[in-house]
Design a binder for this molecule. Structure first.
Ligand code: AMP
Length: 563
């Protein structure tokens, strides 16, 4: 470790966005979004970045890295600037991330009137050209489309003060190395360069050495976190798309039936919305966040201790120092932004030899962060399937059966005998019992949401992605296409003669469409053309996208291959 290398886990707990020296417009925006304190990566990255240093950061999705680089970019922006060429360029591997990052920049930079333009393949280029023409402050782009616009003379990089390479390892894996070099060469030499990556392969080191000037290095602590993790805590994670999270949480809680649980959220807004949703499902949930007065918080805690509330929905800040004895479950509504935070949260259950459960909802992109948490916290987190409608119904019947059994064993049921006897004249006893069970079951409550929650899995690690340096003679070593549906074969009118390599085609496809490297099947590179396999269902989209873009700086004929 060098002197300027920081480990976010060591940072004190009392850091705030104010102490990071952010301008009032940004503080307002963060407060409106309900962010209560900077995440570790933000605490470490924001001061050197606002001081103009270059930075090499190792951080995965879920750490808050987007704000870590976005806030300093916005900090340096003159308010309501009218100049045309952009002053900051953020390069990202996929269009999904381009949209996400530009939305974040837009939200944080609202009060500054920041003009942010996402630029990626697959979207009409005309609109992007028009926006560039009328002036933007920050461009968030996939490398392929950025180069395309650069070659058309539409993107001017002469005034760029900051370049951010986000998820740089992914960009290299997708074959964008040369594009990145070409783009960086067009930016001023004295620019600030920021590189974030989940992993630091050697190729990335080389890129960093060439383009970063004496960077501050930030990395997630590798040391095992201190005690706090208990083997008595069953730790599970569920992979859930963002939109399905409220339903999935409800379903999981229905099956787990916790005595008392705390659900951790990232922001105040999330706390408030989720509390409403859970109450709508029949839970007795109470919110707890930094925006509440001490009196309100005391009331909530009182209700939880008295057992009149069974779920606490809280931010980390608000829940700090809480000790709730009857707690059985800790739920991370999002993957925590640092392993230390995970350890800290789950340390609240499984105390004094009691058993506890820790549940984490992870989005498909957040695989890496979860793996890091497992490694650093020394935890074993099992990924489980979100309970299906059938699982839930079986579980509910189980609860009803249990309740009836208990009643049969302990209650005095004699006064109901007259009802059963009179019905027995008319119906079979089994039928009477069935009707009684039905009523008991329905009275058990819970919503009968019959909608299945989509079963998704983690996005594959980029380690499994094709290597952009692969040779130019086809690629027998490629992993098989992930999608199980039929494959469509495409003809691309550029081949070895044009210097095309498999990585160029994978990069163009993944950069211009929603496909990932694993969706792309076998690639054959011939002298004058190439054949590429993609999922049949996406074949037409890929043809359109590749026709609209440049591959290695050249337009190519692209069509379905019917041979
Ligand atoms: P990222 O790692 O940049 O993908 O961010 C993960 C999520 O954390 C995003 O939904 C952000 O809106 C959220 N987030 C980032 N910083 C904070 C913060 N300081 N407090 C609460 N939420 C945050």
């Amino acid at each position: 470790m060098t002197d300027d290398r920081a480990t976010p886990g060591d940072t004190p707990h009392d850091a705030s966005f104010e102490t990071l020296g952010l301008r009032p417009e940004l503080l307002n925006a963060l407060s409106a979004l309900g962010y209560e304190e900077p995440t570790p990566i933000q605490q470490e990255a924001i001061p050197p970045l606002t001081a103009g240093r270059d930075l090499l950061g190792q951080a995965a999705t879920g750490t808050g890295k987007t704000a870590a680089f976005s806030l300093p970019v916005l900090q340096q922006l003159s308010a309501h600037r009218r100049d045309k060429p952009p002053v900051a360029l953020v390069l990202v591997p996929t269009r999904e991330l381009a949209v996400q990052v530009s939305e974040a920049l837009h939200r944080y930079g609202k009060d500054l009137g920041a003009r942010v333009l996402p630029v990626y393949g697959g979207a009409p280029i005309v609109r992007q050209l028009r926006s560039l023409e009328s002036g933007v402050d920050v461009v968030v782009a996939t490398p392929g489309r950025a180069l395309d616009l650069l070659n058309r003379g539409a993107l001017h990089l002469g005034e760029i003060a900051t370049v951010v390479l986000d998820e740089a390892d992914e960009m290299l894996d997708m074959g964008f190395a040369e594009d990145l070099e070409a783009i960086l060469d067009e930016t001023p030499e004295q620019r600030q360069t920021v590189l974030f990556s989940a992993t630091m392969p050697r190729r990335l080191d080389a890129l960093a050495r060439r383009h970063l000037n004496d960077p501050v290095r930030i990395t997630i602590a590798r040391e095992k976190a201190s005690a706090g993790e208990s083997p008595r805590v069953r730790q599970t994670a569920y992979v859930v798309p963002r939109g399905a999270k409220p339903a999935a949480l409800g379903r999981i809680l229905d099956v787990e039936a916790p005595t008392a649980a705390i659900v951790f959220c990232r922001t105040r807004e999330e706390v408030d919305t989720l509390t409403d949703t859970l109450n709508g499902r029949g839970y007795r949930a109470e919110p707890l966040h930094g925006g509440m007065s001490q009196e309100q918080r005391d009331k909530v805690m009182g209700r939880l201790r008295a057992g009149t509330a069974d779920l606490l929905v809280a931010t980390d800040v608000a829940a700090r120092g809480l000790d709730i004895e009857q707690l059985t479950h800790v739920v991370n509504y999002d993957v925590p932004s640092a392993p230390e935070s995970y350890v800290h949260r789950i340390g609240r259950v499984g105390r004094a030899g009691r058993e506890g459960v820790a549940i984490t909802l992870a989005e498909p992109r957040e695989h890496r962060m979860l793996k890091t948490i497992e490694k650093v916290a020394g935890a074993l987190i099992t990924v489980e399937k979100v309970p299906t409608v059938a699982d839930l119904r079986a579980r509910r019947l189980d609860l009803t059966r249990g309740a009836l059994r208990e009643s049969l064993l302990t209650d005095d049921l004699d006064r109901f005998r007259v009802v059963v006897e009179s019905l027995a004249d008319e119906f079979d006893l089994m039928e009477v019992a069935l009707a009684a069970v039905k009523l008991a079951h329905e009275a058990g409550g819970g919503t009968d949401d019959d909608e299945e929650i989509p079963q998704v899995s983690f996005r594959p690690d980029s380690g499994g992605r094709p290597d952009a340096r692969g040779g130019s003679r086809g690629d027998a070593g490629r992993a098989p296409r992930r999608s199980s549906g039929p494959a469509g074969r495409l003809f691309v009118g550029l081949g070895r003669e044009a210097g095309i390599r498999p990585g160029d085609l994978v990069g163009a496809i993944t950069g211009e469409t929603g496909l990932t490297g694993r969706d792309v099947g076998s690639i054959e590179i011939h002298q004058r053309f190439a054949l590429v396999e993609v999922p049949e269902a996406a074949a037409d989209e890929v043809v359109q996208a590749l026709r609209a873009t440049m591959i290695k700086g050249r337009k190519a004929t692209v069509r379905r291959d019917r041979t």
